[in-house]
Design a binder for this molecule. Structure first.
Ligand SMILES: Nc1nc2c(ncn2[C@@H]2O[C@H](COP(=O)(O)OP(=O)(O)OP(=O)(O)O)[C@@H](O)[C@H]2O)c(=O)[nH]1
Length: 251
């Protein structure tokens, strides 16, 4: 909708605009009826027809124009609201709530057998992000988050699901995978993150990540797998960061 039309609509308000259009249309109908009655046949059928014609050809388009305008506006709002409710605006990945909902829905439609074999959850945490923020500023920190999320979406395209848990922590549901493919993916992801170069004010910044991974097991709630992935992540951090670990029952 044109900005001036939006401003006008907001200023006048829907109820008043409807009344105004109705009154204007009515007045216009009377003028046309008067015109026909005076200059053609007085009190004629043509005058009545003109009245009906005006009512159907002017009221209907005006009303539908107005209502369609509202519909388009509602549509735009719905798109914006859906985006706000599901996407993390800084990183363009799913927010925590929507990631959970999507992942749980994905797991629910798998048979238990499938879920145990081919689905894993990975938590990816930027290393020493606090120092990046403290030394280079939050803007550079934001760039690092943005770059990392782009890389994650590249490495884990749909039907994999990528989300931001919060802060510098991302999460991926990796579907249709196995130990060998997963290991390859994690190795190349850790290397690719090291290759990211973020433009800073004084010097360019390179980043590293720690990744904890767990396969989904039979009977798991999604949170169970997430906890195991977190346990694996904790171990990577403890062992010096900049790497990955897949959860093992011997932990
Ligand atoms: N720039 C930026 N910083 C954020 C955002 N959200 C959280 N943070 C910061 O991210 C940092 C998270 O640090 P931690 O995960 O606790 O610690 P860390 O320095 O990464 O240490 P390790 O995880 O042990 O490597 C905190 O300093 C938060 O203030 C954000 O949206 N943008």
């Amino acid at each position: 909708m044109a900005p001036f039309a939006r401003v006008f609509l907001r200023k006048v308000g829907r109820p008043r605009l409807v009344i105004l259009l109705t009154v204007l249309t009515f007045l216009l109908s009377l003028i046309i009826k008067y015109f026909f009655d005076t200059f053609f046949i007085s009190s004629s059928l043509i005058g009545e027809l003109a009245f009906i014609f005006t009512a159907s050809c002017i009221i209907a388009p005006l009303m539908s124009w107005y209502l369609l305008g509202l519909l388009f506006e509602l549509d735009e709002l719905e798109i914006k609201l859906t985006k706000l409710a599901t996407i993390d605006s800084l990183t363009n990945t799913y927010n925590r709530g929507y990631f959970y909902a999507q992942s749980e829905a994905y797991l629910a439609q798998l048979t238990n057998q499938q879920a145990s074999i081919d689905t894993a959850v990975a938590i990816i945490d930027l290393d020493d992000f606090k120092s990046i923020n403290d030394v280079l500023g939050h803007a550079v920190g934001d760039k690092a988050l943005h770059e990392l999320s782009s890389l994650l979406r590249e490495f884990a395209p749909s039907p994999n699901i990528v989300g931001r848990l919060g802060g510098d922590e991302f999460v991926c549901l990796l579907v249709e995978t196995n130990l060998s493919d997963l290991t390859k993916l994690l190795k190349s992801l850790v290397l690719a993150v090291r290759d990211i170069s973020i433009e800073g004010n004084i010097t360019d910044l390179s980043i590293t990540v720690s990744i904890g991974v767990a396969f989904i097991e039979i009977g798991d709630e999604f949170d169970d797998a997430l906890l195991r992935a977190d346990e694996a992540l904790y171990r990577v951090k403890k062992q010096g960061k900049n790497g990955y670990m897949i959860y093992d029952a011997s932990f």
